[in-house]
Design a protein around this ligand. Structure first.
Ligand code: PGA
Length: 255
């Protein structure tokens, strides 16, 4: 294992799984998931399921939300408060997933406000950044992603930055079966680490985990995790099946 950065495998269930399916998954995975000393394992589920999952999580599996509002409370019908997530026992929250940026008007500014709110409420934010196919084809991926990172970390100090996890998720690779090659993923993730060096210096940047996400599966996970700067994965489709999820988690223990 890289001494500085413990690998993370975070499942993003999106809007899948009934309550019964979710509980069955947790029951199965709890028995087999490796110790948290080796890998951080997270499942990010639908809000309605979070309390039930937190109550049943074992020592080694932690629960995350997929989004939240930046305000603690207020007239925001249908939104989820970070305070409620914190008091529900949730440990992680995905911030700025590309589906939320594209379909639910998430902006770099709201992403930044949400990062601040997550840290205030002791939720580990998994900040998602990534480019569209047009941007990749135009050759401006790294500039695009750097800009997203700079805006997301606005006014976060080094101590707060250390509480964050980044997930590089090229939009064209999400749910499409088209994975970025390990080389493409490593190149952009290295560029993200370089931005963090600029913002916070070498020591802090070398401790922040940066994950890859986008059609990660049991076949490609090892080659992605073999790359120096790739510290784990944010996984949609392949996290829905307990056996597949456990295979990914076990692969990360070899990092
Ligand atoms: P995928 O989703 O693994 O199904 O491509 C990843 C994500 O959206 O986080």
């Amino acid at each position: 294992m890289n001494n500085l950065r413990k690998p993370v495998i975070a499942g993003n269930w999106k809007m899948y799984k009934t309550r019964d399916e979710a509980l069955q998954f947790i029951y199965t995975v709890n028995q087999e998931v490796p110790t948290r000393d080796l890998v951080e394992t997270v499942i990010c589920a639908n809000d309605v399921l979070l309390r039930d999952l937190v109550k049943r999580q074992g020592e080694n599996l932690k629960i995350g939300a997929q989004n939240m509002h930046y305000a603690e409370n207020g007239a925001f019908t249908g939104e989820t408060s970070p305070l409620v997530l914190e008091t529900t026992g949730v440990d992680y929250v995905i911030i700025g997933h590309s589906e939320r940026r594209a379909m639910f008007s998430e902006t770099d500014e709201t992403v930044n406000l949400k990062l601040h709110a997550a840290i205030k409420h002791e939720l580990t934010p998994i900040l998602c950044v990534g480019e569209s196919l047009e941007i990749r084809e135009a050759g401006t991926t790294n500039e695009w992603v750097k800009n997203q990172v700079v805006k997301a970390y606005n006014n976060l100090d080094a101590k707060q930055a250390l509480e964050t996890i980044v997930a590089y998720e090229p939009i064209w690779a999400i749910g499409t079966g088209k994975t970025a090659t390990p080389e493409q993923a490593e190149e952009t993730i290295k560029a993200i680490r370089d931005v963090l060096v600029t913002l916070y210096g070498d020591v802090v940047a070398s401790k922040i985990r940066i994950l890859y996400g986008g059609s990660v599966n049991t076949k490609n996970v090892e080659s992605l995790l073999a790359k120096e700067n790739i510290d784990g994965a944010l996984v949609g489709g392949a996290s829905l099946d307990a056996a597949s999820y456990l295979t990914l988690v076990k692969a990360a223990t070899q990092k």
